[in-house]
Design a protein around this ligand. Structure first.
Ligand code: ZN
Length: 140
């Protein structure tokens, strides 16, 4: 079986990426952190030796439209927020892969467009042919 043309491989990869993007659930950017605090109450266990600080308190930090923000997250919402953060990372990964495939596919399409009679020759030959055509165009 002959190998699939590269552009077919890339088209299928992009179609798969689009399908995966459609399955993403709720998402949000950011990272979750835990904090432990000390209060102002005298004799509280948070000032004991060793101290047992209050917490954990959860906070999600993110940058959106050039601004850094952070929000407290209730303990019962931590699992949900973690899932949203994972979905966001998945989005970024899928988009990165789409861009990578898109760049390669664009390069292939432009090379094909520059050489209409080509039936998938090796890249270096294509490149020289494209350069030659460009010189002809410039001369006329
Ligand atoms: Zn305390």
């Amino acid at each position: 079986m002959p190998p699939r043309p590269r552009h077919v491989v890339l088209e299928r990869r992009i179609a798969t990426l689009k399908a995966q993007l459609m399955t993403l659930g709720d998402l949000r950017p950011g990272s979750l952190s835990e904090q432990y605090n000390v209060c102002g109450t005298a004799g509280c266990h948070c000032k004991a030796d060793p101290p047992r600080k209050h917490g954990p308190y959860y906070q999600v930090s993110f940058t959106w439209q050039g601004r850094s923000k952070s929000q407290f997250v209730r303990r019962e919402h931590v699992a949900t927020v973690r899932q949203h953060l994972r979905n966001y990372q998945r989005l970024r990964t899928l988009v990165e892969q789409w861009i990578a495939a898109g760049l390669e596919l664009s390069r292939l399409r432009l090379a094909e467009a520059a050489l209409p009679s080509s039936s998938g020759g090796r890249a270096p030959r294509k490149k020289r042919a494209a350069t030659a055509r460009r010189r002809q165009t410039d001369a006329s």
